[in-house]
Design a protein around this ligand. Sequence first.
Ligand code: B1M
Length: 213
Amino acid sequence: LTLEQRLANYVVEGSKDGLLPDLDEALTKYAPLDIINGPLMEGMSEVGRLFNNNELIVAEVLQSAEVMKASVAHLEPHMEKADSAVKGKIMLATVKGDVHDIGKNLVEIILSNNGYKIVNLGIKVPPDQLIEAYRAEKPDAIGLSGLLVKSAQQMVLTAQDLRSAGIDAPILVGGAALTRKFTKTRIAPEYDGVVLYAKDAMDGLDIANRLSD
Ligand code: B1M
């Protein structure tokens, strides 16, 4: 197997045997983010496909998630860091009912490496907790992540609750079940501030930078 195939395989197999030396070898050829977005994400897509076909069970997907997390943790110190002044404060949360956090945590790493102070509220965050944290932290923007189809709907409800609470800070949304169109036609109309869709973590950084300019 090539190095790239082996990297994807660690994720698919949920195995860490040999992972770190292969990640180190990959670092001699690729930027950390390209390793994540390339072979590791390919492995994750395959996991999603197998899971969808009932060829993997939740416990196995959890192992794959562990490999992804260990890989990101190993690559993180090698990522470029902008030593700029703090550009802003962003609060991040996976919405109510959703436990998926690998994407959100990747967004945290990218943003914090690029001058943002991050308040990460974790997973399954209900709107009232978000509102309370917003009042305590006064962030410049709120980032919502969700991977389930029902999480897209939950973002609509969350936007409504934030509006009712008088909050109008920009909202950044991302996650597999979401689209730009859904964001524009379903979430944004329920909110007084801007709602922006990010297709991946780098897109999230671009949007944050545009907001802070
Ligand atoms: Co789940 N899961 N899962 N899962 N899981 C999906 C999402 C699914 C598509 C798999 C499938 O069936 N093909 C499916 C959803 C179906 C649907 O709703 N249509 C699914 C399901 C059904 C479930 C359960 C219901 C399974 C069950 O229990 N029967 C359950 C849900 C529990 C719950 O949430 N209440 C469940 C559980 C799990 C695990 C716990 C086992 C594990 C998560 C572990 C963890 O996160 N700590 C897991 C995993 C790993 C997946 C897949 C395989 C991979 C997700 C992932 O981590 N991708 C996923 C299939 C898939 O996506 N292909 C699947 C890597 C990550 C880097 O990408 O999170 O998309 P992602 O983030 C991207 C972008 O989306 C974006 O940037 C990132 C990349 O740069 N982004 C943002 C994300 N958030 C952003 C926020 C932003 C900006 C960009 O700004 C704020």
